[in-house]
Design a protein around this ligand. Structure first.
Ligand SMILES: C[S@@+](CC[C@H](N)C(=O)[O-])C[C@H]1O[C@@H](n2cnc3c(N)ncnc32)[C@H](O)[C@@H]1O
Ligand SMILES: [Zn+2]
Length: 339
């Protein structure tokens, strides 16, 4: 475990006023203006509370609680492969080469911490991960250690210094904030000259899927965690049964109005992409597939974006796009701050 006194304070800042931080009595940290930050479950806590954000924290915190250790290895392998594909790295070796000159890395919305651990393992950088939810406490328990630091923090009031990080990542995170473009700008501002940012956000989907998502989410986001899990299970079972049909249909003309291409469609994929998110993946299995659906329908915020919007955020922040991957589900961008 990495204790509070091992924190690289030179990379951190007061979330209220950006002031430098110092260690204070007990296990606490204070800023020049005397804001005080203690620990919660051993994790330095830099989150100034607010209602909806608290709900995001709750939704994800509960999600992580049902996440079983034995599922994690399979999920990590899947996520790492997908990460390299999206951000434009051939494999882990190429990614390690990219990290070789990085001295400081920030993982904003680090969740369970698997990426913080991976960055520290593949580089010699100090790696700081923060998250709004109790996931940060679990991350500290599982991955805390040398060059692996975990905090409670909010991207919209980040506890880290501007221009201090050679690599800033927010993977599958900022669409869950109430102000996605602002979250991007704030994180871009943490990138040091010559450094890079990597961000994944949900992509805007086809017409009926967007309408359905907005309407269904109005019903599902207020549910309790257990109620939402039940709905997510029902959607998952629909996805599984459709998927196991192994059925395809061919549409000669497609339906351009609804974003449906001409050609052959797997029935589950056709419904999934154009009408209703009913995720199913045989490799991930039932529980992980349920989590994926829960992740879509329960968090209070889940904004969707276009490639042009994402490229525009980079330009506005003074960053040059290095790699832009437009997938069916989301957009991954890597952008660089000129030296
Ligand atoms: C889908 S998870 C992704 C976690 C991790 N990056 C990964 O790739 O596995 C989204 C995470 O973002 C966190 N999150 C949402 N809003 C946040 C905010 N404003 N500040 C920090 N973390 C936030 C959630 O608590 C959750 O752990
Ligand atoms: Zn302060």
């Amino acid at each position: 475990m990495s204790g509070i006194h091992e924190l690289p304070l030179e990379l951190l800042a007061c979330p209220y006023d950006g002031a430098a931080l110092t260690f204070a009595e007990g296990d606490s940290i204070s800023c020049a203006a005397h804001h005080r930050f203690g620990c919660f479950e051993g994790v330095p806590d830099f989150v100034p509370g607010s209602d909806n954000q608290a709900r995001t924290a709750e939704s994800f915190g509960a999600k992580w609680e049902i996440y079983r250790d034995e599922d994690q290895a399979a999920s990590n392998a899947f996520q790492f492969r997908w990460y390299y594909e999206r951000y434009g790295f051939a494999d882990e070796a190429e990614f390690a080469a990219f990290l070789a000159d990085k001295r400081t890395i920030l993982d904003a919305g680090c969740g369970l911490g698997r990426d913080v651990d991976r960055y520290a393992r593949l580089s010699s950088a100090e790696v700081v991960g923060f998250d709004l939810s109790s996931a940060a406490a679990r991350a500290l328990r599982v991955y805390g250690g040398e060059r692996r630091h975990f905090l409670f923090g909010d991207i919209l009031r980040p506890p880290v210094r501007p221009r201090a990080f050679d690599f800033v990542v927010a993977d599958q995170v900022i669409h869950h904030t109430p102000a996605t473009p602002r979250a991007f700008a704030i994180l871009a501002e943490r990138v040091a000259p010559g450094g890079q940012i990597a961000v994944y956000v949900y992509r805007r989907k086809a017409l009926l899927r967007e309408l359905a998502d907005d309407t269904i989410r109005e019903l599902t986001t207020p549910l309790t965690h257990d109620e939402a899990v039940e709905v997510a299970e029902q959607f998952t079972e629909l996805g599984r049964e459709l998927s196991h049909l192994n059925a395809t249909i061919t549409l000669e003309r497609g339906i351009p109005l609804l974003g449906i291409d001409a050609g052959e469609h797997d029935v589950q994929r056709l419904i999934y992409w154009h009408f209703l998110k009913c995720f199913w993946n045989d490799e991930l299995g039932y529980d992980q597939s349920v989590l994926c659906n829960l992740d879509w329908y329960h968090p209070p915020y889940a904004s969707r974006h276009t490639p042009d919007e994402v490229a525009g955020w980079c330009t506005e922040a003074g960053l040059d796009v290095v790699h832009l991957d437009v997938g069916d589900s989301g957009i991954s961008v890597r952008a660089r701050r000129p030296a």
